[in-house]
Design a protein around this ligand. Structure first.
Ligand SMILES: *Cc1c(COP(=O)(O)O)cnc(C)c1O
Length: 387
């Protein structure tokens, strides 16, 4: 056992069941461990390293900013966050951005915005509808938003004010609007819930119900966002117009960042002092994110869709594989063998997928070379076919 693993086991809170692998470096879609073993990376740090490990364009943007200055408080103006906000607004049609440091915080901001909007427009508080099997984060409010009891267990009481609808059940969603509703919050593709894309008709119904009831549609694009599904944001595949979009993970390309984008109806919901973050809009994280967003263009989205077809063509109908779910390069593979066995078989052979519920999950870098992807998928197919 390596010294790092011993130290980690002794001194780090036991919240993560880690694989016995110590990562020491990587380049693009290859990562290396402390034994010099090489893996094809299909997790990208959970959809974070959009252009892979040690991407030079991102590294240079970050290095330039480090040489300039590392941080200032939000008492003053600084260029990287202003530039990033302008780019996000121009590319989404949203109107304003609040920056934080993680997906959970981006969602916290969305929840606060929705509550405040409801108070201001209706003069009373309203509930937020989220979906069964959703995942919105680990803070107490986002835990409450997460529609999975297993995450609430032992942490009661979680924050009040959330009610849950079954995904794709339009009638059940409509019934919940008998309550005072501030917002509906959903992931277009439920990630941690098992890589399940919502039906377009359900998302459209959610949008319609929200506008009929003066409620807000919040889309959590923390995992699906930033090109992952073959569009800049996954809601764009569905033709809906959310009031609030949250994102994080891939936006920073490897540094912590969260963004909450506010649309026309809520652009002025916050005023001085009503929300804040010390690190939010950090210049280094934002300079890196600018370099990421600049490269998320239609040719990359076409490539993501082509790579999705490549994976599906090799795995759908293959021996031991029950199905492939998801969208773009956010895919879930349902195998006859337990996913954990398939994953450990893959790891032994230098291929690094992750899990989502009972599925093998793929979240590779968006620029993973076709030959590496094909090689990795062949290993997955081979492991899935074993008895
Ligand atoms: C990962 C994730 C979050 C939480 O993000 P953190 O950065 O871990 O706080 C929230 N929502 C979704 C959909 C996620 O996938």
């Amino acid at each position: 056992m390596s010294d790092t693993i011993k130290k980690d086991n002794e001194y780090i809170a036991s919240t993560y069941r880690r694989f016995p692998i110590e990562i020491t470096g990587g380049k693009g879609s290859l990562v290396f461990d402390a034994n010099g073993k090489e893996y094809i990376d299909l997790g990208a740090g959970i959809a974070v390293n959009i252009f892979g490990m040690c991407d030079e364009v991102w590294q240079n943007a970050v290095k330039r900013q480090i040489d300039s200055f590392q941080h200032t408080s939000n008492l003053y103006y600084s260029a990287p966050c202003a530039t990033l906000a302008k780019m996000l607004v121009e590319r989404t049609g949203m109107k304003k951005v609040f920056f934080s440091n993680s997906g959970a915080e981006a969602n916290e901001c969305a929840i606060k915005a929705a509550r405040r909007f409801c108070e201001k427009t209706k003069g009373k508080s309203g509930k937020i509808i989220t979906l069964v099997n959703s995942f919105h984060g680990r803070t107490l409010a986002t835990l409450a938003a997460t529609g999975q009891d297993v995450f609430h267990k032992d942490f009661l009481p979680v924050t009040d004010g959330f009610i849950y609808a079954a995904p794709n059940d339009c009638a059940a969603l409509e019934r919940l609007f008998e309550n005072d509703i501030a917002a509906v919050m959903l992931e277009i593709v439920q990630g941690e819930g098992g890589v399940v894309a919502l039906d377009k008709a359900f998302v459209e119904r959610a949008q319609r119900l929200c506008s009929e009831h003066g409620a807000l549609l919040i889309i959590d694009e923390v995992q699906t966002g930033n090109g992952r599904t073959g569009a800049l944001y996954a809601y764009m595949n569905y033709g809906v117009s959310p009031d609030i979009v949250t994102t994080a993970k891939g936006l920073g390309g490897g540094l912590p960042i969260g963004a909450t984008m506010l649309g026309e109806r809520v652009k002025d919901v916050f005023d001085f002092g009503s929300h804040g973050s010390t690190f939010g809009g950090n210049p280094i994280a934002c300079a890196g994110a600018v370099s990421i967003l600049e490269r998320l263009d239609s040719s990359l989205f076409q490539a993501v869709k082509r790579k999705e077809r490549l994976v599906r063509s090799k795995l759908e109908g293959a021996k031991g594989i029950k199905g492939v779910s998801g969208m773009g390069l956010m895919l879930g593979i349902e195998t006859e063998r337990p996913a954990a066995e398939v994953i450990s078989g893959c790891l032994a052979r230098g291929v690094m997928p992750i899990a989502a519920k009972s599925k093998v999950r793929l979240l590779p870098a968006l620029n993973i070379p076709d030959n590496l992807l094909e090689q990795a998928v062949a290993v997955i197919a081979d492991e899935a076919a074993k008895q």
